[in-house]
Design a protein around this ligand. Sequence first.
Ligand code: E4P
Length: 226
Amino acid sequence: MKFFLDTADLVQIEEAASWGAVAGVTTNPSLYARIGGKLADFPAHIARICALIDGPVSAEAMGLTRDALIREGRELAGIAPNVVVKIPTMVEGLAATRALANEGIRVNMTLCFTVPQAILAARSGARYVSPFVGRFDDSSEDGIEHLANIVRSLENYDFADTGVNGERIEVIAASIRSAQHVTQAALIGADIATVPFSVLKKCVEHPLTTNGLAAFQEDWKKVDNA
Ligand code: E4P
């Protein structure tokens, strides 16, 4: 499973990229608003992220019609070769995804919650589909179970002929809230987990690692250096 970072924060992206284990970034309108981003700066901001990360960077198109989504998708894809256009799962989004995929533009179909939505995303040519786990949990449903159903259902079929350059659709486990979600996503076989920086840090840590490190440091002081 690959790790993507789910943030628009350049400091977090630069730090996580330096760890060498982050393969991409996903942003969304809420994450950009959270860092105080300005509308006019959005393309330049995405370009900065693309320069920091050697991998796909998802930037969301905000139109609600296929024409608007296609126009925005082309603009976003023109920012850098590693931009992936994020498009919401809806009828207009499917139509836009097909048109963009036919032009060789990669799409991450977002706000996906069900198996039929994920299969339609694959059929429309999406390069990635993002089932949201945590938002199901927030409404007292089991987001991991929904993710498992989506992964399993996509594995039943060969979508190689539907996407860009014959690339197989990959599942991005999104809306991840904890290291436990990451564990479960990996066990299910999600291709990618996109995680907030706080969760990525938690994935590195374990109390036994911390305590073990402290003990090794203490014991090292006892070694005779004469
Ligand atoms: C995915 O691409 C989304 O940006 C994100 O994972 C949504 O997460 P949230 O439910 O924590 O907002």
